[in-house]
Design a protein around this ligand. Structure first.
Ligand code: IPE
Ligand code: MG
Length: 224
Protein backbone atom coordinates (compact mmCIF):
# COMPACT_ATOMS: atom_id res chain seq x y z
CA UNK A 1 0.00 0.00 0.00
CA UNK A 2 1.98 2.96 -1.23
CA UNK A 3 1.26 6.55 -2.15
CA UNK A 4 -0.54 8.04 0.85
CA UNK A 5 2.05 10.79 1.15
CA UNK A 6 1.96 11.70 -2.53
CA UNK A 7 -1.82 11.66 -2.51
CA UNK A 8 -1.80 14.20 0.34
CA UNK A 9 0.93 16.34 -1.20
CA UNK A 10 -0.94 16.56 -4.49
CA UNK A 11 -3.90 18.02 -2.60
CA UNK A 12 -1.91 20.28 -0.30
CA UNK A 13 -3.26 18.52 2.80
CA UNK A 14 -1.33 16.98 5.73
CA UNK A 15 0.12 13.48 5.25
CA UNK A 16 -2.16 12.30 8.06
CA UNK A 17 -5.10 12.95 5.76
CA UNK A 18 -3.53 10.67 3.13
CA UNK A 19 -3.16 7.91 5.70
CA UNK A 20 -6.79 8.31 6.77
CA UNK A 21 -7.93 7.96 3.16
CA UNK A 22 -5.57 4.99 2.91
CA UNK A 23 -7.57 3.40 5.74
CA UNK A 24 -10.72 3.71 3.64
CA UNK A 25 -8.90 2.03 0.77
CA UNK A 26 -8.00 -0.84 3.10
CA UNK A 27 -11.68 -1.39 3.79
CA UNK A 28 -12.50 -1.35 0.07
CA UNK A 29 -9.68 -3.79 -0.62
CA UNK A 30 -10.72 -6.23 2.12
CA UNK A 31 -14.33 -6.11 0.91
CA UNK A 32 -13.24 -6.69 -2.68
CA UNK A 33 -11.05 -9.63 -1.67
CA UNK A 34 -14.03 -11.29 0.00
CA UNK A 35 -16.31 -10.60 -2.95
CA UNK A 36 -13.77 -12.17 -5.30
CA UNK A 37 -13.41 -15.22 -3.07
CA UNK A 38 -9.75 -14.55 -2.28
CA UNK A 39 -8.93 -16.67 0.79
CA UNK A 40 -5.70 -14.93 1.86
CA UNK A 41 -4.80 -11.26 1.80
CA UNK A 42 -1.66 -9.76 3.30
CA UNK A 43 -1.41 -6.00 3.72
CA UNK A 44 1.93 -4.32 4.22
CA UNK A 45 0.82 -1.68 6.69
CA UNK A 46 4.13 -0.70 8.30
CA UNK A 47 7.63 -1.79 7.37
CA UNK A 48 10.58 -2.16 9.69
CA UNK A 49 12.05 0.77 7.74
CA UNK A 50 9.02 3.00 8.41
CA UNK A 51 10.41 3.65 11.92
CA UNK A 52 12.62 6.21 10.17
CA UNK A 53 9.61 8.48 9.78
CA UNK A 54 8.84 11.31 12.19
CA UNK A 55 7.37 10.52 15.60
CA UNK A 56 4.32 12.49 14.58
CA UNK A 57 3.64 10.42 11.48
CA UNK A 58 4.26 7.16 13.32
CA UNK A 59 1.81 8.02 16.08
CA UNK A 60 -0.73 9.08 13.45
CA UNK A 61 -0.43 5.67 11.79
CA UNK A 62 -0.58 3.84 15.10
CA UNK A 63 -3.63 5.87 16.14
CA UNK A 64 -5.32 5.03 12.87
CA UNK A 65 -4.66 1.31 13.24
CA UNK A 66 -5.99 1.46 16.77
CA UNK A 67 -9.12 3.22 15.56
CA UNK A 68 -9.82 0.46 13.05
CA UNK A 69 -9.10 -2.25 15.57
CA UNK A 70 -11.56 -0.72 18.01
CA UNK A 71 -14.31 0.40 15.67
CA UNK A 72 -14.21 -1.85 12.63
CA UNK A 73 -13.01 -5.07 14.15
CA UNK A 74 -16.44 -6.44 15.10
CA UNK A 75 -17.65 -6.14 11.55
CA UNK A 76 -14.62 -8.03 10.24
CA UNK A 77 -15.09 -10.74 12.84
CA UNK A 78 -18.77 -11.11 11.91
CA UNK A 79 -17.87 -11.39 8.25
CA UNK A 80 -15.59 -14.32 8.98
CA UNK A 81 -12.23 -12.60 8.74
CA UNK A 82 -9.33 -14.17 10.59
CA UNK A 83 -6.74 -11.60 11.59
CA UNK A 84 -3.06 -12.52 11.64
CA UNK A 85 -0.12 -10.28 12.47
CA UNK A 86 3.35 -10.76 11.03
CA UNK A 87 6.40 -8.64 11.75
CA UNK A 88 7.46 -7.21 15.08
CA UNK A 89 4.27 -5.58 16.43
CA UNK A 90 5.69 -5.45 19.95
CA UNK A 91 7.65 -2.41 18.83
CA UNK A 92 4.38 -0.48 18.84
CA UNK A 93 4.19 -0.87 22.60
CA UNK A 94 2.59 -3.29 25.03
CA UNK A 95 -1.01 -2.10 24.99
CA UNK A 96 -1.48 -2.02 21.25
CA UNK A 97 0.37 -5.30 20.99
CA UNK A 98 -1.99 -6.93 23.48
CA UNK A 99 -5.00 -5.59 21.57
CA UNK A 100 -3.63 -7.10 18.37
CA UNK A 101 -3.02 -10.46 19.99
CA UNK A 102 -6.53 -10.49 21.45
CA UNK A 103 -7.96 -9.75 18.00
CA UNK A 104 -5.97 -12.64 16.54
CA UNK A 105 -7.17 -14.96 19.27
CA UNK A 106 -10.79 -13.90 18.90
CA UNK A 107 -10.86 -14.52 15.13
CA UNK A 108 -8.79 -17.71 15.19
CA UNK A 109 -11.66 -19.89 13.99
CA UNK A 110 -12.89 -17.61 11.18
CA UNK A 111 -12.34 -19.09 7.74
CA UNK A 112 -13.71 -16.79 5.03
CA UNK A 113 -10.62 -14.61 4.64
CA UNK A 114 -7.29 -14.77 6.41
CA UNK A 115 -6.14 -11.18 6.62
CA UNK A 116 -2.48 -10.90 7.53
CA UNK A 117 -1.27 -7.49 8.60
CA UNK A 118 2.44 -6.91 8.24
CA UNK A 119 3.34 -4.54 11.08
CA UNK A 120 6.88 -3.43 11.65
CA UNK A 121 7.60 -6.17 9.14
CA UNK A 122 10.80 -6.76 7.23
CA UNK A 123 11.36 -9.87 5.17
CA UNK A 124 15.10 -10.09 5.79
CA UNK A 125 14.57 -9.85 9.55
CA UNK A 126 11.97 -12.60 9.27
CA UNK A 127 14.38 -14.83 7.33
CA UNK A 128 17.21 -14.16 9.78
CA UNK A 129 14.82 -14.97 12.64
CA UNK A 130 13.95 -18.30 11.04
CA UNK A 131 17.65 -19.13 10.61
CA UNK A 132 18.29 -18.26 14.26
CA UNK A 133 15.38 -20.40 15.40
CA UNK A 134 16.61 -23.43 13.45
CA UNK A 135 20.20 -22.90 14.61
CA UNK A 136 19.01 -22.95 18.21
CA UNK A 137 17.29 -26.28 17.61
CA UNK A 138 20.49 -27.67 16.09
CA UNK A 139 22.47 -26.46 19.10
CA UNK A 140 19.94 -28.06 21.44
CA UNK A 141 20.43 -31.30 19.57
CA UNK A 142 16.80 -31.54 18.44
CA UNK A 143 17.42 -30.83 14.75
CA UNK A 144 19.77 -32.44 12.26
CA UNK A 145 21.19 -29.76 9.90
CA UNK A 146 20.72 -32.23 7.05
CA UNK A 147 16.98 -32.09 7.64
CA UNK A 148 16.81 -28.37 6.82
CA UNK A 149 15.13 -28.09 3.44
CA UNK A 150 12.84 -25.51 1.83
CA UNK A 151 9.72 -26.90 3.47
CA UNK A 152 11.25 -26.96 6.93
CA UNK A 153 12.65 -23.47 6.48
CA UNK A 154 9.32 -22.09 5.28
CA UNK A 155 7.78 -23.60 8.40
CA UNK A 156 10.10 -21.50 10.56
CA UNK A 157 8.91 -18.24 8.97
CA UNK A 158 6.11 -16.18 10.48
CA UNK A 159 3.92 -17.15 7.54
CA UNK A 160 4.25 -20.87 8.37
CA UNK A 161 0.50 -21.44 8.12
CA UNK A 162 -0.25 -19.14 5.18
CA UNK A 163 0.35 -20.27 1.59
CA UNK A 164 2.79 -18.39 -0.64
CA UNK A 165 1.18 -15.44 -2.42
CA UNK A 166 0.04 -15.97 -6.01
CA UNK A 167 -0.02 -12.26 -6.66
CA UNK A 168 1.90 -9.38 -5.13
CA UNK A 169 0.75 -5.92 -6.04
CA UNK A 170 2.08 -2.52 -5.19
CA UNK A 171 0.43 0.81 -5.81
CA UNK A 172 1.86 4.28 -6.57
CA UNK A 173 3.96 3.36 -9.60
CA UNK A 174 7.06 2.11 -7.76
CA UNK A 175 8.46 -1.18 -9.02
CA UNK A 176 10.06 -2.54 -5.86
CA UNK A 177 9.33 -5.23 -3.31
CA UNK A 178 10.85 -3.17 -0.48
CA UNK A 179 11.56 -6.10 1.85
CA UNK A 180 8.09 -7.67 1.54
CA UNK A 181 7.66 -11.47 1.63
CA UNK A 182 10.91 -12.07 -0.28
CA UNK A 183 11.09 -15.80 0.39
CA UNK A 184 7.36 -16.33 -0.05
CA UNK A 185 7.13 -14.40 -3.34
CA UNK A 186 9.63 -16.60 -5.21
CA UNK A 187 6.99 -17.51 -7.83
CA UNK A 188 4.43 -14.79 -7.24
CA UNK A 189 3.12 -12.76 -10.14
CA UNK A 190 4.06 -9.13 -9.62
CA UNK A 191 1.78 -6.28 -10.47
CA UNK A 192 2.76 -2.63 -10.19
CA UNK A 193 -0.16 -0.24 -10.38
CA UNK A 194 0.02 3.50 -11.00
CA UNK A 195 -2.90 4.30 -8.71
CA UNK A 196 -2.05 5.94 -5.38
CA UNK A 197 -3.22 3.82 -2.45
CA UNK A 198 -5.92 6.22 -1.17
CA UNK A 199 -7.53 6.06 -4.63
CA UNK A 200 -7.45 2.27 -4.78
CA UNK A 201 -10.92 0.78 -5.12
CA UNK A 202 -13.08 -2.13 -6.19
CA UNK A 203 -12.39 -1.43 -9.88
CA UNK A 204 -8.62 -1.61 -9.38
CA UNK A 205 -9.01 -4.86 -7.48
CA UNK A 206 -11.17 -6.39 -10.22
CA UNK A 207 -8.72 -5.22 -12.89
CA UNK A 208 -5.81 -6.76 -10.96
CA UNK A 209 -7.67 -10.08 -10.76
CA UNK A 210 -8.26 -9.96 -14.52
CA UNK A 211 -4.63 -9.24 -15.26
CA UNK A 212 -3.58 -12.03 -12.93
CA UNK A 213 -5.87 -14.54 -14.66
CA UNK A 214 -4.25 -13.72 -18.01
CA UNK A 215 -0.78 -14.57 -16.74
CA UNK A 216 0.65 -17.94 -17.54
CA UNK A 217 2.34 -19.50 -14.54
CA UNK A 218 4.93 -22.11 -15.28
CA UNK A 219 6.97 -22.37 -12.07
CA UNK A 220 10.08 -23.02 -14.17
CA UNK A 221 8.46 -25.69 -16.33
CA UNK A 222 7.46 -25.59 -20.03
CA UNK A 223 4.15 -24.14 -21.14
CA UNK A 224 1.52 -26.76 -22.00
C1 IPE B 1 1.61 4.53 2.64
O1 IPE B 1 2.19 5.36 1.70
C2 IPE B 1 2.51 3.48 3.19
C3 IPE B 1 2.61 3.49 4.68
C4 IPE B 1 3.78 3.48 5.29
C5 IPE B 1 1.42 3.49 5.51
P1 IPE B 1 3.44 6.33 1.93
O2 IPE B 1 3.25 7.07 3.20
O3 IPE B 1 4.70 5.56 1.79
O4 IPE B 1 3.25 7.31 0.69
P2 IPE B 1 4.36 8.03 -0.20
O5 IPE B 1 5.31 6.97 -0.68
O6 IPE B 1 5.02 9.05 0.67
O7 IPE B 1 3.59 8.65 -1.32
MG1 MG C 1 5.97 5.21 0.17
Amino acid sequence: MDGNGRWARARGVPVAHGHREGGEAVQRCVRAAMEHGVPYLTLYAFSSENWRRSGEEISELKGLMRFYLRHRFRELDEQGVQLRIIGDPQRFGGNFYQELRRAEEKTRHNTRLTLSLALSYGSRAEIAGAARHLAEQVRAGTLDPGAIDETLFAGALQTYDVPDPDLVMRTSGESRLSNFLLWQSAYAELLFLDVLWPDFGEKDFAEAMKRYMRRQRRFGGRPE
